[in-house]
Design a protein around this ligand. Structure first.
Ligand code: ADP
Ligand code: MG
Ligand code: MG
Length: 878
């Protein structure tokens, strides 16, 4: 029979799929002998069953009951027992951490009787017992019974007035419990469930259900977490940080998750329970202060942190509680960190001998590297600094201040850059955080919700800027010196320093980009990047080329480590003043002489373009794609021409153009007269381009052109073009490969034939994706992709990450059959996917020779190509 419940002593950290991250790591800590309160985990499999069937799997209730009795005997008390109650927490915990996205209920087991037992057992501490009870009703009401949390919050605020929650007396808290029970009765029509068993059952179901709460769905989509994993549920014996000043609760990191530097980072709050720390209800103290408050616990904590770091060989984050001087570990996981911290920590761990360089490469990601390449604020110039908060998540963000998530989403949809300014964020702000360029809060530390979530998303965040008075209702904030910023006014925030500026601060290149551009590595971050990149280069099998069609991009591509050009488009070479010549070509297309005259005018211009690129690439291969788009794209717009004709302003040429535009009109240009079809229909067009390439190659010693024919669907098309091209090359005495793009499904399906006429394949995965799915990219993304993502038809757009199952299958087939026909055929990819981490891994697995991407993505592709060799679990490139 399936096993749905694991005691903490039965699990371990490798069981994340089943026990979730929290459960697996609680088990791991238990087995390490660390002080973890006893408990057990209900598997994510049980959750999946529940979500699919609407009921818990058979046998689950019994298993829970068995594990609960074992827990009760271990603790020597029974759940909710009147005179000495066992209390438990019911905590969500999925495979991937989703901070604050799902639910947790503490103090399960309290009711009107057991609250007295709890007080008695705590040495007559009534205040503590009633505080715990009111927390239960509040959390249970909000998360299990779906009552608006503000109702409880307001009742608490009203009672507190200007005091802190710790100032409330036992009597007042008892009154609050009555108020809360009234709220529950009013909102649900029923009494708060007094039966501890029922509390537990309902809480478990609520945690299961929270997997599909809107904010959890949104978070998963943002973080590309699969929608079908489900969450595990942890039942943990309660320990109490709210017993008085010798108790408390805190969070800690074993290194600074912002910078990666070593040291002690965390927050601690005396006389508090669980979420108080992250919720920012009272000001926390830095973890260092714990040394003064409770040296024994502090020393023990530091030693546990060291144990965990050595054991996990990585930065860990930790939640702990101290109950009357006794330290308890409540959670650990390998902690989220900023991109800069990831690189620094990876090389620190190498230097400490904890991991190898191979592992260091797997500890960072292409996405993180890309983040380090974003611009930052320059040091010079006038900037009006208005305050400084904590540097919670780096980056430079400029935008209009907005004070609610709704407004952030609204303005972002209109194309505005916005900065979300809040006193503190909560999980409901997720949509606003996603929409904003950056997040600024006036309260909360580096472990606050805003900070944790922003770091996870790679979003710039300054938190805890305490000098700011933020008023969401008045849509403004004030800063020292009488400064006031209203909604819509532009501010700039620096997530690396915590500084906040009025107005727009100009940005400059990142130090990492300067390094790729050739600057000496001169700080520890750049040195870390340098070491990891060198190692990735030394292990990767995939080559990395650039998509570049001008000498500047070609030169940058080389500086960034590109080993050639994988896609040099030629259509850009027909724009600007040269449009004129294309117009001439179109108008003269039916007369041989006229056509040739137009082509002869274009040839020297093309030749000089290619010379520039060959020179920039100094002997590296350059794949030049012959003209691809339909010719009418180069002609004036139909409407403009019609207006001219109607108003009598049209010249003879305009009238001729109008006729041509009408004649060339296509219902579906993506599938029309373009690519190789154009080359076959307009004699001399491709020949002109090939001649220009050959002539240019003759003038640049060492030039290595590769001629690529687009949109081929049948080998016969390619043969016709190839024959002419080879002749021209031979006459010029130039050697060049002639190959094809594989971007129509038919080309992929007949790759064995196509390879007879192609010396290389380059997968054009943009078109291949369009045609495989039957999606018109420009139309579908706006029209219905969000709905498709919502429905889980795909987890991420197939235009962003290569669709392994469909498009990927065509690629694999073409690789296999192409190689069978022509062993040693050169294989690459030149669609947008060439710079996408997951797609790079796919290309490695599929056995391609290289990927080609935009120059700025080259470092990302180099790193991911190295990681592809070193990571076992290729599905997880996050
Ligand atoms: P999240 O996943 O949002 O961090 P948790 O399940 O970790 O939620 O719980 C929220 C808070 O409650 C944490 O601060 C945690 O340390 C605290 N907590 C959870 N279980 C217990 C327990 N058994 N005793 C004391 N505190 C607990
Ligand atoms: Mg937690
Ligand atoms: Mg294409």
């Amino acid at each position: 029979m399936a096993k749905f419940v694991y005691d903490f002593t039965e699990g371990n950290r490798d069981l994340k799929d089943l026990l979730g991250g929290k459960g697996a790591n609680l088990a791991e800590m238990t087995n390490l002998g660390l002080p973890v309160p006893p408990g057990f985990t209900i598997t994510s499999e049980a959750c999946r069953h529940y979500l699919a069937e609407g009921s818990v799997p058979e046998g689950l209730e019994q298993e829970i009951a068995d594990h609960l009795s074992a827990l009760e005997s271990a603790m020597g008390k029974k759940l909710g027992q009147a005179d000495d109650p066992l209390l438990v927490s019911v905590r969500s915990g999925a495979k991937f951490s989703m901070p604050g996205m799902m639910e947790t209920v503490l103090n399960i087991g309290l009711n009107d009787e057991s609250v007295h037992g709890l007080a008695k057992q705590a040495g007559g501490n009534d205040r503590f017992a009633w505080d715990s009870y009111r927390r239960l009703i509040q959390m249970f009401g909000k998360t299990v019974q779906d009552i608006d949390g503000d109702l409880f919050e307001h009742a608490l605020e009203e009672l507190k007035q200007d005091r802190q929650d710790t100032d409330l007396t036992a009597r007042e808290l008892q009154g609050l419990v009555e108020t809360y029970k009234g709220i529950v009765r009013e909102q649900t029509g029923k009494d708060f469930p007094a039966d501890p068993g029922e509390q537990l059952r309902l809480a478990v179901k609520a945690v299961f259900d929270s997997w599909n709460a809107p904010r959890a769905i949104l978070y998963r989509r943002q973080e590309r977490i699969p929608a079908d994993l489900g969450t595990a549920v942890n039942i943990v014996a309660m320990v109490f940080g709210n017993l008085g000043d010798d108790s408390g609760t805190g969070v800690a990191f074993t290194r600074d998750p912002g910078s990666g530097r070593q040291g002690i980072y965390g927050d601690y709050l005396q006389n508090a329970q669980g979420e108080d720390v992250v919720a920012g209800i009272r000001n926390t103290v830095p973890l260092q202060d714990l040394e003064r408050i409770d040296k024994t616990s502090y020393d023990e904590l530091l030693s546990i942190m060291e144990t965990l770091e050595t054991h996990y060989r990585d930065l860990c984050d930790i939640e702990f509680t101290i109950e009357r001087g006794k330290l308890w570990m409540l959670q650990t996981r390998v902690g989220k960190r900023t991109a800069a911290a990831a690189f620094r920590i990876a090389v620190q761990l190498v230097d400490q001998g904890l991991i190898t360089l191979d592992e260091a490469v797997t500890r960072v990601s292409g996405d993180q590297l890309a983040q380090l390449m974003f611009p930052r604020f320059g040091k010079d110039g006038d900037r009006e600094k208005i305050t400084k908060g904590m540097n919670a998540s780096p980056g430079a963000a400029v935008g209009k201040a907005v004070f609610t998530s709704e407004r952030a989403v609204e303005l972002a949809e209109q194309g505005e850059d916005v900065i979300l300014v809040r006193r503190e964020t909560n999980p409901d702000d997720l949509s606003g955080m996603i929409a904003a360029r950056g997040v600024l809060t006036s309260r909360g530390g580096k472990t606050s919700h805003a900070a944790v979530v922003a770091r996870g998303m790679g979003k710039t965040c300054v938190c805890g800027a305490e000098e700011l008075e933020v008023s969401a209702s008045e849509r403004r904030f004030t800063a020292p010196g009488g400064i006031e910023v209203r909604e819509g006014e532009v501010i700039s925030i620096d997530g690396s320093t915590g500084e906040v500026f009025l107005g727009e601060v100009p940005v400059v290149d990142s130090a990492v980009v300067e390094y790729f551009e050739g600057a000496e590595p001169d700080d520890d971050l750049v040195r870390a990047v340098d070491r990891i990149m060198s190692h990735a280069d030394s292990v990767r099998r995939l080559g990395v080329r650039a998509n570049a069609d001008n000498p500047e991009d070609a030169a940058r591509a080389r500086r960034f480590g590109g080993q050639g050009i994988g896609l040099c488009r030629t259509e850009h070479m027909f724009l600007g003043e040269r449009r004129q010549l294309v117009e001439d070509l179109v108008l003269a297309r039916s007369s041989k002489e006229g056509r040739q005259k137009a082509l002869d005018a274009l040839e020297p211009l093309q030749k000089s373009d290619f010379i520039g690129i060959f020179q920039a690439m100094e002997g590296l291969p350059v794949t030049i794609r012959l003209i691809d788009p339909p010719l009418h794209e180069f002609l004036p717009d139909l409407v403009a021409l019609s207006v001219k004709a109607a108003t009598g302003e049209a010249t003879d040429k305009d009238r001729a153009l109008l006729a041509a535009v009408k004649g060339l009109h296509e219902e579906n240009p993506m599938l029309g007269l373009r690519g190789v079809r154009l080359g076959l229909v307009i004699p001399g067009l491709f020949a002109m381009q090939v001649r220009a390439i050959a002539e240019a190659a003759r003038e640049v010693p060492g030039a290595r052109p590769e001629i690529m024919i687009p949109l081929v669907a049948a080998v016969q098309e390619l043969e016709a073009v190839r024959e002419e091209a080879v002749k021209i090359l031979q006459e010029a005495g130039v050697e060049a490969l002639v190959g094809t793009m594989i971007e129509t499904p038919r080309a992929a399906l007949t790759a064995g034939q196509v390879a007879e006429a192609a010396e290389f394949f380059s997968f054009g995965t943009n078109d291949l994706t369009q045609m495989t799915w039957g999606f018109s990219r420009d139309d579908v993304e706006a029209a219905f992709f969000s709905r498709y993502l919502e429905l889980g038809i795909f987890g991420v757009s197939p235009f962003e990450t290569l669709d392994r199952d469909g498009v990927g299958r065509l690629v694999r087939l073409a690789v296999e059959e192409g190689r069978a026909t022509r062993p040693g055929i050169k294989l690459g990819i030149c669609g947008e996917h060439g710079g996408d981490p997951d797609s790079v891994h796919f290309c490695h697995e599929a056995g391609l020779d290289y990927v080609s991407c935009s120059p700025f993505r080259i470092p990302v592709a180099r790193l991911e190509a190295g990681r592809a060799v070193l990571t076992q679990d290729d599905s997880d490139t996050r």
